[in-house]
Design a protein around this ligand. Structure first.
Ligand SMILES: Nc1ncnc2c1ncn2[C@@H]1O[C@H](COP(=O)(O)OP(=O)(O)OP(=O)(O)O)[C@@H](O)[C@H]1O
Ligand SMILES: [Mg+2]
Length: 367
């Protein structure tokens, strides 16, 4: 006879065993599911992620391994196909950009050639114009020289004793000298005009340059009863320039002003700086006859003059223009007939004289 206790125990044992089996079965199921998930989902997704990384790093050769025919397998397959078409599109793009580059190069080359041709044509045209004007300009004084020389020969043959003849010959010789000088001037200015290279550019004190140029025309100003006013915003201003050429330009401007004030007047020279624009200005203002609106646009052209034949060649301002241009600067004029003219030179530096320890040489730092 089995006691109730034994039955109870047996039932309890069986229950414990059942629970254990159930627990084991659940764990086994979880592990199997996890393994299944790892194989079928995690691995292919990781593969896809790796593929994305490779492609974004530019490796279009990369292929995602396909392990299954399920959705993820299909996804990986389309991913691979996408990579292939991406690669071909990119190759096509590259080919196009190379082609484009080649065409741009070709066109640039063509443009360069055309530009050179235009420059050559321009050069020929201005050379032709220049030759014609020079020929004309030189022809006048040369004709004078020739006529007067012939005249002198004739007079010499006749009679040298007469005081009158001697006086006449003297006058004629003076004309010859004057005209020869004019020819010389034309040639000198022309040489200067065509000279492209400049001397050395150094940082020079602007006030000194202006004073030196003024000194050279002082005599001229005194005779013509012209007062000079100098206004320096800063006496220590320095400009990067070929000082000789800048002086020459200023002298040409002073002479023009003097010629515009035959009955005297005032010439004002102002220098000032705009540090934020890195610009230095030299302004020359006179109280002369002024320039008409028709003449104003032409005054910087070579051989443009309103002065009587023999008085002006018309090269002064074109030489000045060339000098300022070579300095990387600009020149402009404003004028009112009967009141005066103001010429402004702009130079592309704005620097102050910095005394060094020895107190002599200016600083050239920062240019
Ligand atoms: N300060 C000025 N006042 C009035 N007119 C001027 C002034 N500066 C220049 N001009 C005008 O501009 C023209 C051209 O000047 P530019 O200095 O080039 O030649 P020019 O003085 O006539 O001759 P050159 O200087 O060769 O002896 C002058 O003929 C004159 O009409
Ligand atoms: Mg002049």
């Amino acid at each position: 006879r089995m006691s109730l206790d034994t039955i109870d125990k047996t039932i309890q044992n069986a229950q414990t065993q059942l629970t254990l089996y159930a627990a084991f079965a659940i764990v086994a199921m979880i592990v199997t599911s996890l393994l299944f998930l790892y194989r079928t989902v995690h691995k292919p997704v990781r593969g896809l992620m790796q593929g994305t990384r490779e492609i974004s790093a530019g490796n279009l050769e990369y292929k995602i391994p396909i392990h299954s025919q399920d959705e993820l397998g299909i996804l990986a397959d389309s991913f691979n196909k996408m990579t292939i078409s991406l690669k071909s599109v990119m190759e096509e793009n590259q080919r196009w950009s190379q082609e484009l580059e080649k065409r741009v190069e070709e066109k640039t080359e063509q443009l360069k050639k055309i530009h050179e041709q235009i420059l050559q044509i321009e050069k020929m045209a201005s050379l032709g114009k220049l030759s014609a004007t020079v020929a004309h300009e030189l022809n006048n004084p040369l004709e004078g020289i020739l006529t007067y020389s012939k005249l002198i020969i004739k007079q010499l043959r006749k009679n040298l004793e007469s005081e009158d003849t001697r006086k006449q010959i003297n006058e004629e010789l003076e004309v010859i000298i004057r005209e020869t000088e004019r020819c010389g001037n034309i040639v000198k200015n022309l040489l200067l005009f065509s000279k492209k290279q400049t001397g050395e550019f150094t940082l020079a004190p602007l006030k000194e340059i202006v004073s030196k140029s003024l000194q050279l025309v002082q005599h001229h100003f005194r005779i013509a009863n012209i007062k000079v006013k100098e206004i320096y915003e800063n006496e220590n201003m320095m400009v990067l320039c070929d000082a000789n050429q800048l002086e020459q330009a200023l002298i040409a401007l002073f002479v023009n002003s003097a010629e515009a004030m035959p009955d005297g007047g005032t010439i004002t020279i102002e220098t000032f700086c705009e540090p934020d624009k890195n610009k230095t200005y030299i302004r020359i203002t006179d109280t002369g006859i002024g320039i008409s609106a028709e003449d104003l646009p032409h005054i910087f052209e070579p051989f443009y003059t309103t002065k009587k034949s023999g008085k002006g060649v018309g090269l002064g301002l074109s030489v000045v223009y060339g000098i300022i241009e070579r300095h990387g600067g600009t020149i402009s004029a404003v004028s009112t007939i009967g009141r005066g003219t103001s010429i402004t030179i702009t130079l592309p530096t704005c620097r102050e004289h910095e005394k060094q320890n020895d107190g002599t040489s200016p600083s050239k730092k920062g240019i």
